[in-house]
Design a protein around this ligand. Structure first.
Ligand code: ZN
Length: 92
């Protein structure tokens, strides 16, 4: 499905509902999935969340694939997350 590079409403809504987990969303023009679908979607997760303790962002070429990854987001206690959370608390 071609579109003009606007964030799909479904993803924008997801980020609104899950402000605690999603730091920000991005849409990127990179022709990853070929010229037919040149856009891809990024979500940067907040400290304390990851896919598997290593990947702290989601980057997928379709909303459908994005949602599959989204369902794998879990609380994360890796060193990077713990440090970021402690730093955030120190600033607050
Ligand atoms: Zn982590």
């Amino acid at each position: 499905m071609a579109h003009n590079g606007k964030m799909p409403a479904s993803l924008a809504r997801l980020a609104d509902v899950h402000l605690d987990k999603i730091q920000f969303l991005e849409i990127e023009y990179n022709e990853w999935d070929g010229a037919r679908n040149p856009w891809s979607y990024w979500a940067w997760l907040r400290p304390g969340w990851s896919l598997d303790g290593e990947r702290h962002c989601i980057h997928e070429p379709t909303v459908k694939k994005f949602m599959i990854m989204w369902r794998q987001v879990r609380p994360c206690e890796c060193e990077q997350c713990v440090e970021a959370i402690l730093e955030g608390e120190a600033k607050a």
